[in-house]
Design a protein around this ligand. Structure first.
Ligand SMILES: [Zn+2]
Length: 203
């Protein structure tokens, strides 16, 4: 599904400043406040906006930033990556072709780098680790590049499968819900209405 220029402009505002108010965004994009609010809820619902976080500089906090290239048995790539992802020190874990994992890591004290390497090499299917330590960042931008046109691959809200072609789109409570077919739509809305009814009974 393609995102229009309003969506792109809203995302650009937020990427500059996640604390920008709906009013500020509306003014900058040239649309109404309710439009921004609806669009944002939709972008969250689609999983494009994953959250609103503060950007801290690990270097100003005297932390040590490192990058790791981890080589594994090809069949074990995902398993090892998930293992690394569970640690506190891994900040970003990227899987490329089978057998290759890239890791951005941060440790509080420089001595902990050895502990990180020990933990990784202790994983049974790891073949080698290459470490680039004590990195200084020259550029650190959010990974999403907001070029135009932007598109998103829709996932059906009911069966979680990919939505091929035009989605079935339903508006409930000011939000859009997307489905791959009408039977998923029916199943989802039955559940949705049941939950809504139960919630109403409790308030
Ligand atoms: Zn579906």
């Amino acid at each position: 599904m393609e995102l229009d220029e309003t969506d792109t402009a809203i995302l650009r505002c937020l990427q500059d400043d996640a604390r920008a108010s709906l009013r500020t965004i509306a003014k900058r994009v040239g649309v109404s406040v309710p439009t921004v609010s609806t669009r944002l809820r939709n972008l969250e619902q689609l999983g494009i906006v994953r959250g609103y976080r503060v950007l801290l500089d690990p270097e100003r906090l005297d932390e040590t930033v490192l990058a790791l290239v981890v080589r594994t048995k090809p069949a074990a790539t995902d398993r090892v990556a998930r293992g690394i992802a569970e640690s506190d020190w891994s900040r970003r874990v990227l899987v490329g072709k089978p057998g290759w994992i890239l890791v951005d890591a941060t440790v509080v004290r420089r001595e902990e780098v050895n502990e990180v390497l020990r933990q990784i090499t202790a994983l049974p299917e790891v073949r080698a680790v290459q470490e680039f330590g004590g990195l200084t960042s020259v550029k650190d931008e959010p990974a999403a590049l907001l070029a135009h046109p932007l598109s998103t691959s829709l996932v059906c809200f009911e069966c979680k499968g990919p939505v091929l072609g035009e989605p079935v789109k339903v508006r409930r409570d000011g939000r859009y819900h997307y489905f791959c077919c009408h039977s998923c739509e029916r199943l989802y809305l039955e559940k949705y209405d049941r939950i809504e009814a139960a919630a109403r009974k409790h308030t």
